[in-house]
Design a protein around this ligand. Structure first.
Ligand SMILES: Nc1ncnc2c1ncn2[C@@H]1O[C@H](COP(=O)(O)OP(=O)(O)OP(=O)(O)O)[C@@H](O)[C@H]1O
Ligand SMILES: [Mg+2]
Length: 505
């Protein structure tokens, strides 16, 4: 017998078409046991589709799947799981109304005789997996009550219920804190050491270079090549992905600042955040930086009327304003591009145009009547501006790639021409090329006189787009930096609750 290892899985010449789209055009891809194989490519390149073919969600038009060199057909996700391929989705696919344990073992609850569910085993098994993941919730907690990050952990817990040959992670870290990310990477290391093959999809280069052994790149549904991570660099990968290099240097054009558009004085909301005061001027981009859970999203939600503050005042153009609902906020000229696009930003079963142009609040239909043609024109304008990849406006948003869905949300809020635009994690799931386009767009909007708030967990992003950066720690503002005085070091200190004196000591 040969001592050569055989691949954990192999995809050969996979073709997958959708109406108007050739999503995969003859892609081959191999994962060895114990390897972390990163899959990269622009938004819409075909990464998720390739993995959905592997995971039994889509049947390929052509091509063959091999598990340990045995030709295999994946009839359904549960079938794929039974054959050792576990898929952790980019778009969460959990049942909100069910507890954690039922979600972890969805479709395969442990049974006793007469088919009765073995609840004590279910809870004990789930508890063991949750312990391994070091999470702060239990088997009986309702999934709908969990944060997005914790939902992501439930999704990951699902993968650990079987003896997998291969585990696919499709942008798993998008909403995880640094601590949760470290746990995830430990889980991946552990799977690796047990000989499991890992497919890891992410747009975050630093993660790719931290955990992968090889990187394969797709472009427009075609295979572009495979690189050994140790022998390559970000520039080479970017070249392969988008066909050009990117200049990511810090060269933000700061324009003239106008009057104060938004002012917040001593705003508090229970134990979520306290005593928040800041101003945003016309033409200014203010970045909010902090760890996940520092209170940034909650402030944004308050300004958009989704949460009532317990104390403090909000002033727009110098006038005190009360905001109790999104309708109030939109009326006052505040828009929010939410962090959770699936929950708050998009109707997946509706087409691209309607998602972008329909006001997101039901009772806002009283506004001026917009003709179909005008709506298409609005859609076309933002599709071009944001380079949204779709065969046409009639496409259902649920069929777009994850990154392109995010662009639809951004387009929707821009098309309302707000005075104050709040964007929460604007480039989550967006590829490197489009990311720099969206950063440019944010600066352009400021240049046109918008007051912009950018909430981001990515330091390069806040550094790149902001005129000023507000650092938060545990619900409080710890420091405000101008773009001249900010450094990576003092920013890290400010969001960790270290005062400059302590830091220097
Ligand atoms: N069910 C579907 N119906 C129609 N088109 C689809 C469907 N699923 C995917 N597509 C299209 O196939 C192409 C590839 O999409 P895919 O989701 O695989 O991209 P991706 O590489 O995962 O991108 P991202 O980085 O944005 O997640 C896109 O043009 C997308 O719109
Ligand atoms: Mg995808």
């Amino acid at each position: 017998m040969s001592t050569e290892q055989i691949p954990a899985l192999r995809l050969e010449n996979i073709v997958k078409t959708f109406p108007g789209v050739r999503a995969l055009d003859g892609v081959s891809f191999t994962v060895m046991p114990g390897e972390v194989h990163a899959l990269m490519g622009e938004n819409g390149a075909g990464k998720s589709t390739l993995m959905k073919v592997l995971g039994g969600i889509h049947q390929p038009n052509e091509g063959q799947i091999f598990i340990e060199e045995q030709p295999t057909v994946m009839n359904s996700p549960l079938d794929a799981k039974a054959k050792g391929v576990v898929f952790i989705h980019q778009e969460l696919s959990l049942a909100d109304e069910l507890p954690v344990a039922e979600n972890v073992y969805l479709g395969e609850l442990p049974r006793k005789s007469f088919g009765r569910v073995d609840w004590s085993k279910l809870h004990a098994d789930t508890d063991e997996i949750l312990k391994r993941l070091n999470v702060g919730f239990g088997p009986k907690d309702l999934v709908g009550d969990l944060s997005i990050a914790n939902k992501q952990m439930v999704e990951i817990a699902r993968a650990l219920t079987v003896d997998a040959k291969a585990v696919i992670f499709d942008e798993p870290t998008a909403s995880l804190t640094d601590a949760e990310k470290s746990v995830l990477f430990e889980v991946i290391e552990d799977l690796k050491s047990r000989g499991v093959g890992i497919v890891y999809i992410s747009h975050r280069m630093e993660e790719i270079f931290r955990i992968s052994d090889r990187v394969s790149v797709l472009r427009d549904g075609q295979y572009r090549g495979t690189l050994e991570t140790a022998d390559t660099n970000e520039d080479e990968v970017t070249q392969l992905m988008i066909g050009r290099s990117l200049d990511l240097s810090r060269n933000v054009q700061h324009g003239e600042l106008g009057a104060v558009a938004l002012e917040v004085r001593n705003l508090s909301c229970g134990n979520l955040y306290q005593d928040i005061s800041f101003q945003v001027r016309e033409g200014e981009v203010v970045g909010f930086y902090g760890l996940v859970g520092a209170g940034r999203t909650e402030i944004a939600e308050t300004l958009f009327g989704l949460r009532d503050p317990t104390a403090g005042t909000i002033l727009l153009d110098g006038k005190e304003t009360t905001i109790h609902s999104p309708i109030d906020a939109i009326g006052a000229g505040i828009s929010l591009v939410p962090e959770d696009r699936k929950g708050q930003g998009l109707v997946l079963g509706m087409n691209c145009r309607d998602n972008m142009t329909l006001p997101q609040v039901d009772d806002m239909t009283a506004g001026p009547f917009v003709s179909d043609g005008a709506e298409v024109a609005i859609f076309d304008q933002y599709r071009d501006k944001l380079e949204i990849k779709t065969p046409g406006w009639k496409q259902l948003v649920g069929n777009l790639s994850g990154g392109n869905q995010q662009k639809i949300v951004i387009g929707k809020w821009l098309s309302m021409h707000p005075r104050v635009l709040i964007v929460d994690e604007p480039t989550r799931g967006i590829d490197v090329g489009s990311k720099s386009e969206i950063h440019k767009l944010i600066r352009e909007l400021a240049g046109q006189g918008y007051a912009v708030i950018v909430i981001s967990s990515e330091m390069p992003e806040v550094l790149h787009v902001s005129d000023r950066i507000i650092a938060m720690f545990h619900g409080r503002i710890t420091r405000t930096f101008t773009s001249d005085e900010v450094t990576e070091d003092n920013l890290v200190q400010a969001i960790s609750g270290i005062t400059p004196e302590q830091g220097a000591a």
